[in-house]
Design a protein around this ligand. Structure first.
Ligand code: MN
Length: 157
């Protein structure tokens, strides 16, 4: 079920995070949210179909502990998290204490992106944000650091 994991983790009578709605039109946007939760991290989200060949648009999401690199050479760990509803792209504010992801969310950067390639284990795209710009590659690793859902993100030369 689409966005099932997202819904399961949240109480919408308590948190002000968007409810799980699935719009059909893909505007190819991205956002990077600075999330000051139990550990500071950056949530990187790409607006795209939930499945490779699907039509339901969600925000594919990764938590990046040290944020995306702004120069080539540096590879950063990106842990894939549950798909988020497209409305989440504008979310900022407080997630209440005791709730999943409790803490402060700020928008670090956002903009459009151009998808170059998408396969099951890698995605290539051009970010057109204010701070995050240029071609990036996300590659799924096999158990990097022992964690599942581990990817690496780096900037192309
Ligand atoms: Mn987060």
């Amino acid at each position: 079920m689409i966005l099932e994991e997202y819904k399961k983790r949240r109480k919408f009578n308590i948190t002000s995070e968007p409810k799980a709605v699935v719009p059909q039109k893909n505007k190819s946007r991205f956002v990077i949210q600075e999330h000051n939760a139990s550990h500071l991290h950056y949530d990187f989200r790409l607006e795209m179909p939930a499945e490779l060949s699907g039509e339901k648009i969600v925000l594919k999401s990764w938590a990046i502990p040290k944020n995306i690199p702004l120069e080539p050479k540096t590879k950063r760990l990106a842990v894939q998290t549950e798909d988020h509803p497209v409305d989440y792209i504008d979310f900022k504010g407080e997630i209440p204490k005791g709730e999943y992801g409790a803490g402060t969310v700020k928008i670090w950067d956002k903009g459009k992106f151009k998808l170059l390639e998408r396969e099951q284990d890698h995605i290539r795209f051009i970010l057109k944000g204010v701070k995050a710009r240029g071609e990036y590659i996300l590659i799924k690793t096999r158990g990097f650091g022992g964690a599942q859902n581990s990817w690496l993100i780096f900037k192309a030369r």
